[in-house]
Design a protein around this ligand. Sequence first.
Ligand SMILES: C[S@@+](CC[C@H](N)C(=O)[O-])C[C@H]1O[C@@H](n2cnc3c(N)ncnc32)[C@H](O)[C@@H]1O
Length: 399
Amino acid sequence: MIRHQPVLAGRIAELLAAPGPGTWVDCTLGDGGHSEAFLRVLDGSCRVVGLDRDTEALAVARNRLGGDPRFSCIHTPFSALASFEETDGAKGFLFDFGVSSRQLDEDHRGFTIRPGVPLDLRMDREDPRDLRSILTATDPDELGNLLAELADVPRSRIVCRHLAKLAAERDLTSDDLEAALLEAFPRGMRDRPREMARLSMALRMVVNSELDEIRTALPAAFSRLAPGGRLAVLTYHSVEDRLAKGILRKLIGDDADAPRDIYGNRPAMQGSWVARREDPSKEEVASNPRARSAQLRVVEKRRGAALAGVLGLLLAIGLVGTVMVGCVWRQTRHVELEKGLGAARDRERKLSDSVAQVEARIRSERQPAVVGKRAAALGYARPERQFRLVEPDTAEVRP
Ligand SMILES: C[S@@+](CC[C@H](N)C(=O)[O-])C[C@H]1O[C@@H](n2cnc3c(N)ncnc32)[C@H](O)[C@@H]1O
C-alpha cells in the first residue's frame, strides 16, 4: 500500500522535465511518488531510475511503477550513485531527504516514538551498523555533542550516557528514549513528545550517516549532470537545509569564496539557481502536514559548460601563441635595428674621417710657402704677399 504523499511533486516534475530523450534519477525513491510524477510528464524516450537504501521502499515502488518500461530501480545508498552508469549524463536528479511516512508509521521499522516499539532507526535493514552497536562503540559525551549539533537535543550528554548504559545490556525500545530524557530532566519536560522526536531524529541521522551521505552525493550528482540539467533538493530541517544549500552554492559558484571580476560579478559560475527556495502552499500543507517544514531548492548546470571549457582552452592557446609570435617578432626587429644602427655608426665614422682629411688639406694649402709656390706657378710677382683684390681708390673718383 502507498503511504507516502510526495511533497511538491507537480512543481518538481515541471522544473526538472526537459524535452527529448534522457535519464532522470530519483535518488530517494521511497514509495515512488516523485518518480510517478516524472513519468507522467516525460515522453516515451526517457528513463527514470530510482535509488533507495530501503528494500521495502524499493518493493513498493516496483509494484507501483514496474509496469512502465521506462522505470528501473537500484538498491543503494545515494552516496554511491556515481558507481552506476545510468546516472552518467542524467538530465535531472532529485533528493527528497529524510524518511518516508511508511518508515515512520510502520512500527516494525523501528523509527516511531510510539510507546513500547523496538528502536532500529536503520533505513537499510541489511546495514550492520545499528543503533545499539553505535551506542556501545562511541564515547557517550562525544555522541551527546553530536546530537546537540544535529538537533539541539538538550542535556544530550546525560541522555547518551543513559542510553549507552542500557545498550550495553539489551536492545532498546522507544520507551528508553523517554527514560533517557527523564534522566536528564528529572522534573519533567515541557513538551515531551517534541523532545523525543528530536532525540529520535538526531539518532537516526547518526545511524544512517545522513549528513555524510549528502556531502558525498550532491557533488557527485552535479558532476554527472548533463549541461543544462537540473538538480533538486527537498530538505525538512535546518541542519540538513543549511548543509545542502551551502553545497549547492559552492557547486554552482555562488559562494562567498567564488572568484569575482573587478565589477564584483562571478564570471566562472558553473550553474545557476532555478529555485533558491520554494515552500509548499498552504493548501498542500493542509492536506499533507509532513510537507510543513519542506524547502525546495533547484539548481541548473551551466549549458555548454563543456563547450565553454573548450573555447576557453582555445583562447588560452591563442593568447600564448600570440605572445610567443610577438616575442619572436620583437627579437627579429631588435636584431635588424641593431644592424642598421651599426651601419649608421660606420657611415658617421667614415664621414667624420673624410671631414678631418679635408680640413687638414685646407690647413696645409693655407701655408704661406705653399700659397707662394702656387702663386709663383700662376705668374704672380710677389708671392710672399697676401693676394687680395685691390680696393678701388674712391678718393680719386670725381663726379
Ligand atoms: C522522504 S522519502 C522519499 C519519498 C519519495 N520521494 C516518494 O515520493 O515516495 C526518503 C526516502 O529516501 C530514502 N533514503 C534516505 N536517505 C537515503 C540514502 N542516503 N540513500 C538512499 N536512500 C535514502 C529513504 O529510505 C526513503 O525511502
